[in-house]
Design a protein around this ligand. Structure first.
Ligand SMILES: [Zn+2]
Length: 239
């Protein structure tokens, strides 16, 4: 009897573990749709930066993008938007796309629909106040999904976008250029970071990402790939 109960408990724990794991893998779509990569036609790729804006790294990235003539996508946190409205204005006026990355970058598990709704709405409002536009794309913190998220996104016509490639720039010793370039192919969506969660600027160091960026852009172009704003991947496919 004890054995049966024990195996039932073990099975439930395993099931729950699988369930949580499935929500946390950015590329898995078991519980709802996520855009992971764009169409393979056209040799287009998209560059995305999460967690900003912050000072001075977002502006350093903007400087490089301007010199290299690349349009990118910034998934911003609402709290950082309120801290640095001028940088958000610059992102927008320089032709980059802005996406919603929640207000305070919470770990999504065990958060209800109401909390998601608040995180999303406050960020949409903060962005709209500056740019006059509400984002149409959303990326969850850590790429992780939880039960209340999809209904909240559906109600607001927001598309969930994760990524296919990354330089692992949140790890201290990652080879950001090598990691980013090694798997790139047409349709790739690249994840990098211009800030970290909603940490204050003095706690954030994204100098390694800034340093890696020119080589990433040059390397991708040398491979015959073209950078496009992520929203190009959301347009209906050409037939
Ligand atoms: Zn993030």
């Amino acid at each position: 009897m004890i054995l049966i109960v024990a195996s039932c408990v073990a099975a439930l724990v395993a099931l729950f573990g699988f369930y949580v794991y499935a929500w946390s893998v950015p590329t898995w779509q078991i519980f709802g749709p996520a855009l992971i990569r764009g169409p393979a036609s056209g040799r287009r790729i998209a560059l995305t930066f999460d967690d900003g804006p912050t000072f001075p790294f977002t502006e350093q990235i903007l400087d490089i993008l301007r010199i290299k003539k690349v349009r990118a996508t910034f998934f911003v946190c609402g709290m950082n938007v309120e801290r640095f409205p001028e940088i958000v204005r610059r992102i927008h006026t320089e032709g980059h796309i802005i996406g919603n990355h929640t207000y305070a970058h919470p770990f999504p598990y065990f958060r209800g629909r109401k909390r998601f709704a608040w995180e999303i709405d406050r960020t949409q409002e903060a962005i709209e106040k500056i740019t006059g536009q509400r984002p149409s794309i959303f990326r969850p913190p850590y790429g992780a999904r939880w039960i209340g998220l999809y209904p909240a996104l559906r109600e607001r016509s927001l598309r969930l976008v994760n990524w296919s490639d990354t330089g692992y720039d949140w790890l201290e010793k990652s080879d950001i250029v090598g990691e980013t370039l090694k798997g790139l192919r047409p349709g790739s969506i690249i994840l990098l970071h211009d800030s970290r969660n909603i940490d204050l600027p003095e706690k954030v160091d994204r100098s390694r990402t800034v340093k890696a960026l020119p080589a990433i852009i040059d390397g991708a172009r040398a491979a015959g790939l073209t950078f496009v704003p992520l929203t190009e991947f959301l347009l209906p496919r050409e037939t």
